[in-house]
Design a protein around this ligand. Structure first.
Ligand SMILES: [Zn+2]
Length: 216
């Protein structure tokens, strides 16, 4: 990320007369200008679910790759816009979905913060690829986030499972968390609806097709 510090000394507008900015810059009178006041009483709430992806190899269990390198697992926090009532309704809307993604690197020692997920997985006998665990107040979601939150990749994409709607704003943390082989094994032990073990639940990498990925 580059930081640009600029001064406005050469500009021919003034902070004293902001209502005249739109004379030279018509966009200054647009309908979606910043900054804004954030009224916490009218903020639209988004609802959150999360799930995890893994693979049949410890070094290839993430859906996204960074410079063609996969991680051991990938956790998706799926936020859907509450105004649409449900994930199913929101997923077809342009402002319906935001997925926050955490990549997990393979590590020799287990990550205790993942115990909630592995314990839940041990209790469930059958598990669909997109099974959703509802978060609750007893669980701090940020336990599953990297310690250093600096650096987030953002791009416009899709669901990674059918119906693959292109309605997802993806935010992927640059920094990773850790997961051990034994922890991944717990997930591989989950059963699909067919009764077979779900050894992997990854979609293949899709072409970029000219899209830009931004780093914040
Ligand atoms: Zn996912």
């Amino acid at each position: 990320m580059n930081v640009l510090i600029s001064s406005f000394l050469c500009a021919d507008w003034s902070y004293n007369d902001q209502s005249s900015w739109s004379k030279d810059s018509s966009q200054c009178s647009g309908q979606n200008q910043s900054p804004i006041n954030i009224n916490t009483k009218t903020v639209k709430d988004t609802k959150l679910c999360f799930h995890i992806h893994w693979g049949n190899q410890d070094n290839k269990g993430s859906e996204h790759s960074i410079d063609n390198k996969f991680s051991a697992a990938e956790i998706h926090f799926v936020h859907y816009n509450k105004k649409y009532g449900s994930l199913v309704n929101a997923m077809t809307k342009p402002d319906g979905l935001l997925v926050l993604s955490v990549l997990a690197k393979h590590s020799p020692s287990p990550n205790r913060n993942l115990n909630l997920l592995t314990k839940a997985a041990e209790k469930i006998s059958s598990f669909h690829a997109t099974h959703v665990i509802q978060s609750n107040s007893h669980f701090q979601l940020d336990q599953l986030f990297p310690i250093n939150l600096n650096g987030i990749y953002r791009y416009q994409g899709s669901l990674t499972t059918p119906p693959c709607y292109e309605t997802v704003t993806w935010l992927i943390f640059k920094n990773t968390i850790e997961i051990s082989s034994d922890q991944i094994k717990v997930f591989r032990g989950l059963q699909q609806s067919s009764g077979k073990k779900l050894l992997t639940n990854l979609r293949n990498i899709q072409p970029l097709n000219g899209r830009t990925v931004f780093l914040f």
